[in-house]
Write a protein that binds this ligand. Structure first.
Ligand SMILES: CC(C)(COP(=O)(O)OP(=O)(O)OC[C@H]1O[C@@H](n2cnc3c(N)ncnc32)[C@H](O)[C@@H]1OP(=O)(O)O)[C@@H](O)C(=O)NCCC(=O)NCCS
Length: 340
């Protein structure tokens, strides 16, 4: 019997699994601290730290774009995987802040790294984008159509943040993270994934203008409707509920107990959200890899950057099982268990 569509299990028997064989990340040089925010909006380091756990975040230069950041992260991931850019057959860039409405950011990354054998596209699932992208790559790799994929999360949140809105501006940062996904038969790979969406709640976290429903006009720009608007409390509640449920379902469909998970790499939106998820999963925060204090919420780039850091510092080692879990605008959510 087929599993329900939101529960995706690796087909048994083939032995072929989609594994992450290399990761890379990039954070822009410029750092904006909470003290810097206190100079431009009415806030304090104490308020931001207590409500979000964020102390600082990296912001891209004016001339630096998601594709620029993604290119650096992609090169680093290729190097770790020990493969050339020509080996990449598919590039998926998860982003809600693309360089252009079109062409897609994936094509720009392709040109930058010289992945001339790849087809490329962007995927928009907000902060869940990397988990969605990883699952799309898994399906292509395990179906046998693609041997090597590059999945990126790349965001310039600073280009759509209203720096006069103290409720949102302190939350976000810029950056990019990349993963090389390859078919292997050695036990590594994605063990199970759960994805979900609820479009009835689209208005709670939204960039209203700039699309075809509300094209940019002098009026939309004056009213800052091309910037992020969020109902913080509502988003918080739904994030905790959906992330903890997705994490539990991903464990279930991958046949893993929480005790087997060496490290949880969550979407890094807010420390309080992560604390609430840890409590619902019945584990301590020490099981989580956290970088939200240094990066803020980088939307789709949060998980791949955190994963790359966790591998680089030895928190995730070969043989470890890792749980990633994400939530974002849409609403969208997803969780996946990966064997390294
Ligand atoms: C945004 C968030 C930190 C706000 O925290 P909160 O406890 O819900 O705070 P509220 O929005 O209820 O605001 C409480 C007060 O703090 C004020 N406030 C908001 N931002 C502030 C800031 N940066 N500095 C100081 N005060 C601030 C509000 O104006 C409000 O003041 P009032 O009581 O005088 O009206 C919280 O709702 C949150 O984290 N939500 C989820 C956001 C998120 O992660 N989104 C992305 C998901 S992918």
């Amino acid at each position: 019997m087929n599993p329900p569509p939101h529960k995706i299990q690796v087909p048994e028997g083939s032995g072929l699994r989609a594994a992450i064989t290399g990761t890379g990340s990039y954070l822009p040089e410029r750092v904006m601290t909470n003290a810097d925010f206190a100079k431009i909006v009415e806030t304090t380091d104490e308020w931001i730290m207590t409500r979000t756990g964020i102390r600082e975040r990296h912001l891209a230069r004016v001339d630096e774009t998601p594709s620029d950041m993604g290119i650096v992260a992609a090169r680093r991931a290729l190097e770790k995987a020990g493969i050339s850019a020509e080996a990449v057959e598919m590039i998926i860039v998860a982003t809600l802040s693309p360089d252009y409405a079109f062409p897609n950011t994936g094509c720009l990354v392709q040109a930058g790294i010289g992945a001339k054998n790849a087809f490329c596209f962007d995927l928009e699932a907000a902060c869940s984008g990397f988990v969605y992208g990883l699952e799309m790559a898994r399906r292509c790799v395990e179906a046998g159509g693609i041997r090597t994929a590059l999945v990126l999360g790349a965001e310039k949140m600073s280009s759509i943040v209203d720096y006069t809105d103290r409720q949102t501006c302190v939350l976000f940062g810029d950056g990019a993270g990349a993963a090389i996904v390859q078919g292997v038969r050695d036990g590594r790979g994605v063990l199970g994934t759960v994805l979900g969406s609820d479009g009835t709640l689209a208005d709670l976290l939204i960039q209203k203008a700039g699309g075809s429903r509300m094209p940019a006009t002098e009026e939309t720009v004056r009213q800052k409707m091309h910037m992020i608007r969020m109902s913080g409390r509502e988003v918080f509640k739904h994030a905790v509920l959906n992330m903890s449920q997705a994490a539990k379902k991903a464990l279930e469909c991958s046949g893993c107990a929480m005790e087997e998970i060496a490290c949880v790499v969550p979407h890094q939106a807010n420390l309080r959200i992560i604390e609430a998820i840890a409590a619902r999963l019945g584990v301590g925060l020490d099981r989580f890899y956290l970088n939200v204090e240094r990066t803020g919420n980088m939307s789709s780039a949060s998980i791949p950057v955190a994963l790359d850091e966790a591998i680089a510092c030895g928190r995730v080692k070969p043989g470890d099982k890792v749980l990633t879990v994400a939530f974002g605008s849409g609403f969208t959510w997803g969780a996946t268990v990966i064997q390294f």
